[in-house]
Design a protein around this ligand. Structure first.
Ligand code: PAF
Length: 293
């Protein structure tokens, strides 16, 4: 265990499940609630908002930093995933995080990386990210389940930014009746509208300048939802995102619970516009809640 301190917080860093579990057992025995924010590091203000919400709503916030190999379908993506541990620790101390868990792969997967999680996600892992990143969500569900088993939090905080991931995790918690309360935290954006993401640091200045278009197009679709059907909004959005240097992979308007594309807005409590675009080698995803009742 290593201890970090600033004027605000003392934070303990654990690398093994045994040491972490021992510490969290004491936290639980003291009657404290545990909030959990799983991450892959390269932390930014988006993560900070999840951590701050957890620190406000629970007594002990645990953050994990683990670049999970089982959710990458391209090895090059795994290798080039940004790793910035010193910067991450400084950010964590500023958010009131109490515990940082940074395990090695063998600590998370002691008996190998093949998934023992047999869960049917139905349609949820088929469209959008599921279609472009085969196997990705099985890896995400596998690691989130494993981390939940280790941390055993009361509250789990995840971002709206990865909306499909959120839907997958919600489904897993319900199907497996896991005793944790899942909270969605809204997307944090740069001042020009680009959603914060660890991938943004790979953008060249010219590519970065294209970034705000994604949020503009999402916002325009939302602004026109009372005059046009989802199919027409989708067509316009795909056209607007097809500019030199940017290539949209999908723009879908979906039911917020089932992720099925919708044909009309009526009859859906929650509707979300989701998109993924390629800007050079960088793949950016974003979404906007169009309707929520
Ligand atoms: O969203 C992420 O950073 C990852 O998919 C998660 C949830 C930490 C699992 O590795």
């Amino acid at each position: 265990m290593i201890r970090f301190r600033n004027q605000l917080t003392t934070m303990y860093l654990f690398k093994t499940t045994t040491d972490l579990s021992r510490h969290l057992e004491k936290v639980r025995r003291a009657g404290k609630t545990i909030g959990f924010v799983p991450t892959m590091g390269a932390l930014h203000e988006g993560h900070a908002s999840l951590l701050r919400q957890s620190a406000e709503e629970t007594n002990c916030t645990v953050c994990s930093i683990f670049v999970n190999p089982t959710q990458f379908n391209e090895t090059t993506d795994l290798v080039k995933y940004p790793r910035t541990p010193e910067k991450d620790i400084a950010l964590l101390l500023d958010t009131g995080c109490s515990v940082l868990f940074m395990p090695d792969v063998v600590e998370v997967y002691p008996s190998g990386q093949q998934s023992s999680l047999h869960l049917d996600f139905g349609y949820l892992d088929q469209p959008m990210e599921g279609a472009y990143r085969p196997g990705h969500f099985v890896g995400v569900a596998q690691v989130v389940k494993r981390l939940l088993d280790i941390v055993q939090p009361d509250e789990l905080f995840m971002g709206q930014k990865d909306f499909q991931q959120f839907a997958i995790v919600r489904h897993m918690l319900t199907e497996m009746a896991l005793p944790v309360n899942l909270k969605m935290c809204f997307t944090v954006r740069e001042t020009d509208g680009l959603a914060m993401s660890s991938r943004n640091m790979h953008l060249t200045p010219a590519q970065r300048a294209l970034g705000p278009l994604i949020y503009q197009v999402l916002s325009q679709a939302k602004a026109n939802m009372h005059d046009q059907l989802p199919a027409a909004l989708k067509l316009t959005a795909m056209k607007l995102l097809s500019v030199p240097g940017m290539e949209p992979e999908y723009f879908e308007i979906v039911d917020g619970r089932t992720l099925q594309p919708i044909t009309i807005f009526e009859g859906h409590d929650m509707v979300v516009a989701c998109t993924a675009v390629r800007v050079g080698d960088v793949r950016l995803i974003d979404n906007l809640i169009m309707k929520m009742s």
